[in-house]
Structure formats: C-alpha cells, structure tokens
Design a protein around this ligand. Structure first.
Ligand code: HEC
Length: 253
C-alpha cells in the first residue's frame, strides 16, 4: 500500500520531533527548546524540498489540501477544520501558560520546613538542638558580642551582599539576573524575623542544593557555604543579618 504524501510528510515531522525529544525523554537531558526548534525547522524545510522536487510530488502533497479547501462535497470537513483550528490554538496557548513558569513561581515554598537533622562540618546536627554559640554573649558580654556582629558584617560584605544587597533588602547588583527565585530580603516582617537561627544555619550551610523536594521547582543560586566559610563565620554572619535589620530570631518555644 502506498502511503499518501501528506500523511508521509506528517509522519516524518512527528518522527523528527521525537528524535529531538529523545534525549529529554530517555536521559533527562533535553535539547534546549530554542535549539530543538531550529533543528525541527530545517528538518521540515529539507523534507519539503525533497518531497516537492518534482511536479508529481507537489501535486501529491498539496492535492488533499486543495480538495478539502475547494471541493463542494467536502464542505462538512472544511467546517470542522475552520472551527477546530482556533480552538486548538487557544488550548495550546492556555496549557503552555498554565503549566509554565508563571504558575510555578506562585506555588514555590519560600521558607520550607527544615529537616529534623542535617549534615554540616562532618557532623549530623539536630536542627531543633542547634543554637548560635554567640547569642548568649549578647547579655553576658556585650562587648565581645558586638565584635562578633562586626566580624559577621565583614563576612556579609565579602560574600553575601552581591545578591542579598548592601541594605539587606535582596536587591544586590546580581539580583536582577537571578529572577527565579530572587535572593531573599532579610529586612522586613515576612523574612528572617519568622525564622530561627538554626533555620538560617541550615539554609546557609546547605544553600540551594540543600533545599527539600517541596521547594521544587527551584533554580536557587544560593551557594552552599559550608565549603567556603567556617562554622564560626556562619554563626557570626547570622548575628549580623539580625542585628542590622533590627529583627529578632524566632525561638522554638
Ligand atoms: C549568588 C547569589 C547569592 C549569594 C552570594 C548569597 N545568596 Fe543567599 N540566597 C540567594 C537566593 C537566590 C536565595 C533565595 C532562594 C533560596 O532560598 O535558596 C537565597 C536565600 C538565602 C537565605 C534563606 C532566607 C529565607 O528567608 O528563607 C539565607 C538565610 C541566605 N540566603 C543567606 C545568605 C548568606 C548569609 C550569604 C553569604 C554568606 C548568602 N546568602 C549569599 C542567593 C545568594
């Protein structure tokens, strides 16, 4: 049986599409959509060139389209197509928006629940038991505490302010390039004021890679600082971000 030319064309395009999709479906390593689009475009052009290289090829390919468009007997089919095409276009647009980034931004959990325990600096720590070793100095030795806050400020301006901002408002000069998600502001109510120091320690040591599955889809650029800063430096920078913003860390009670 001879396959009609138009059906052959559609089949070839579908096969080409599947070939470009295969790396994503089989290995989870997609070809970037814009690149796959370019590949598909040139594939379609080549298929069309080959299929229309003779007059016979042209009439075989366009014949059915011509007949559906103009033959009086095929009017019902024509009507169905005229109604269906805009509906399909609307459906494609709708689903590409509904399933895309726009909604995932809203669904993101900004402050996910921390794990019960996590690994940091070669130990497994219980989040609930974790306290800032410098916090007690706030009352017992304010001068030493003050110095620790200052040290924390140095850590902040060496490492964090590019993203989280010189005013700790999340508007660092890299921030504009980091749209989804943005660096978190530390100033204000709905921020670290809602969180404990243990929570911050967890987020700072493990960064974006340490985020739990519930925070997906994440493309967090927040680095895991465990390999860069010492434990001490992290506790001090935590002191600094609370001190500077006038927020108080939340305690477990
Ligand atoms: C390359 C940019 C970048 C740098 C540098 C960076 N962060 Fe972040 N940080 C982010 C982004 C983006 C987020 C939001 C996404 C997330 O929570 O992972 C974030 C989130 C956080 C959070 C979670 C806050 C919350 O409200 O849940 C804390 C705490 C934090 N950063 C502290 C720091 C500290 C301290 C430093 C410096 C030692 C630092 N960050 C350096 C990008 C950065």
């Amino acid at each position: 049986m001879k396959i009609p030319a138009l059906l052959k064309f559609v089949l070839l395009v579908v096969i080409a599409y599947l070939v470009f999709k295969a790396p994503a479906l089989l290995m989870g390593k997609p070809i970037p959509a814009s690149l796959a689009g370019v590949y598909l475009f040139f594939t379609v052009v080549v298929i069309l060139l080959v299929m229309t290289s003779t007059d016979k090829g042209v009439s075989e390919l366009t014949g059915p389209i011509y007949r559906v468009s103009f033959e009086p007997g095929l009017r019902p089919i024509r009507n169905v197509i005229v109604v269906a095409l805009p509906i399909i276009a609307v459906a494609i647009t709708y689903f590409s928006i509904a399933g895309g980034e726009v909604s995932s931004v809203k669904l993101r959990t900004a402050h996910p629940a921390p794990p019960e325990t996590f690994a940091a600096y070669g130990k497994r720590v219980k989040t609930e038991k974790l306290t800032n070793p410098y916090r007690a100095l706030e009352e017992s030795d304010p001068r030493v505490f003050e110095r620790a806050v200052k040290d924390g400020g140095k850590v902040y301006f060496k490492n964090c302010f590019f993203c989280h901002g010189a005013k700790l408002d999340g508007a660092g000069h890299y921030a504009r390039a980091l749209k989804n998600p943005l660096p978190q502001p530390f100033k204000g109510q709905d921020t670290i004021a809602q969180l404990s120091e243990a929570y911050l320690f967890w987020r700072i040591t493990t960064g974006g890679p340490g985020l739990p599955a519930e925070s997906a889809p994440w493309d967090s650029s927040m680095p895991a600082w465990e390999s860069i800063l010492s434990e001490d430096e992290i506790w001090k920078v935590i002191l600094f971000v609370y001190d500077y913003t006038g927020n108080r860390p939340r305690s477990w009670e």
